[in-house]
Design a protein around this ligand. Structure first.
Ligand code: 3AM
Length: 172
């Protein structure tokens, strides 16, 4: 049986893109303060599930495995400031129908098993948390071809978090 925890579905960039975005996060942090997301934690959240018990995790994994999945490409084009949570994010300029559909399919698949927070899907990659000031930042577009999605566990480590992959499914 799967272990429980605070779980979410996400796309993980390949390590070279994680490293590139991690460098961008550190560059932004020098201009804006706050806390840069570590390269290995760089992700795009598809659906946040919250705190699950082991039985729920197994049902959620089976539901994800049963979905029809297609690979898709995207460009991360620019940096956006989210004032509420004081985040700095890399975002695509174009809508991402495939990622939006995958997020919606995951939401439908786990409905009845998990009580989901109402937050709608908004494609973003968090670079900085608790930003202190809005310095001048920009990025060159980065291309990403998403070929799998993952179920991740978030665990607190001191004042930071560590994400570990529980399962992953290819998008073919
Ligand atoms: O780093 P991002 O924003 O992509 O914002 C949280 C983070 O995503 C989001 O889940 C990811 C892993 O923690 N998250 C945390 N609490 C949430 C909530 N209550 C949430 N998303 C929606 N509702």
């Amino acid at each position: 049986m799967s272990a429980a925890g605070r779980l979410f579905f996400a796309l993980l960039p390949p390590p070279d893109l994680q490293a590139e975005l991690g460098r961008l996060a550190v560059w932004c942090q020098r201009r804006c303060g706050g806390f840069a997301v570590a390269p290995e934690n760089i992700h795009l959240t598809l659906l946040f599930l919250g705190e699950l018990v082991p039985g729920q995790v197994d049902v959620v994994r089976r539901a994800a495995a049963g979905l029809r999945r297609e690979s898709f490409g995207m460009n991360l084009d620019r940096i956006e400031f989210w004032p509420g949570p004081r985040l700095l994010c890399a975002v695509p300029d174009q809508p991402l129908p495939a990622a939006t559909a995958l997020s919606a399919a995951l939401r439908d698949a786990v409905r009845g098993v998990v009580t989901l927070p109402p937050r709608p899907f908004a494609a973003h990659i968090t670079l900085l948390r608790r930003l202190r000031r809005l310095g001048e930042v920009s990025m060159l577009p980065l291309a990403w071809s998403a070929t799998e999605f993952c179920l991740l566990r978030s665990q607190p480590v001191g004042r930071d978090v560590r994400y570990s992959s529980i399962d992953a499914w290819p998008c073919a």
